[in-house]
Design a protein around this ligand. Sequence first.
Ligand SMILES: [Zn+2]
Length: 327
Amino acid sequence: MEEYKIKTKVVGVDISNELTTYAIVDIRGNIIAEESFLTSGYSDVNNFVTALSDKIVNLVEANGGYETIRSIGVSSPSASSVSGCIENAANLPWKGIVPLSAMLRDRIGLAVGLSNDAHVSALGEFTFGCAHGMKNFIILSLGVGIGSCFFSAGDDHTGHNGYAGEFGHTCIVNRNGRACGCGHTGCLESYVGAAGIVNTAKELMTESDAPTLMRNLEKLSPRTIKECCDQGDEMAIEVYRRTGEMLGLGLANYASLVDPEAIILTGGISHAGKWLLEPTYQAFEEHVFGNLRGKVKILVSKLEDRERDVLGASALAWSVPEYSLFK
Ligand SMILES: [Zn+2]
């Protein structure tokens, strides 16, 4: 009788506008081997997928071979788990519809699962992070864009087309709102995203002549503004107060609709600490539906962003039906 070997490893891939990271992850969530390369080095998506396939194959061959790998999970901005495509990604080099899942499956010969970065972050947090054991929670990634995913009754809510959770593009300012990259005005992202925070700082410096360390900064960014807060700079603190006010208001609307156990903040801007969290929580409690007041936890993820996304992609890999040319 032929011995049946259980496949104990998967490959997790995280594609971001900056880096593409791929790793072999075992069934317990240990990262066995991991490598990265610059996404922007490939303007043609065919060359990108060929290079990614070759690199994955080399890593797999050096770490136990094909027979031990069950499947591949991929995280990417603007990816739909329903179509298996990256669709009109604003911040990636490839325009239009990219059938990434099929392209990778054809080249490597293993099952490929694809989902958008916010959903994969949520899977990572659910499987390995502070949402472990929770059935209803929201994960929010705060960076250049504002992505979100809602886990409902233990499952991620992907939506009919795979794009549920575009929280950054919900409108929070009715008239005279800021213009957003999506073509609308008044979107949450244009206030709470990285560029939005910088714009708030610029607005405050124009509104008043008061001294602020921000005027001496070589580069205004969420991180440098936060560093000014740490030194007690009143105007920088006001930047994050206004940011938190908008975020808390938006989250109160979100939570009032879906009644989550917790909201977990991830991404670079979540590291702003109390300067962001205190005004966010205050505005949240002010605006959330009364029966939920004091009941929804707002937490900051303990996982490092890239690690969570690679682990989340590995969790996605386990969820796709097994298929292999190399039985
Ligand atoms: Zn928008």
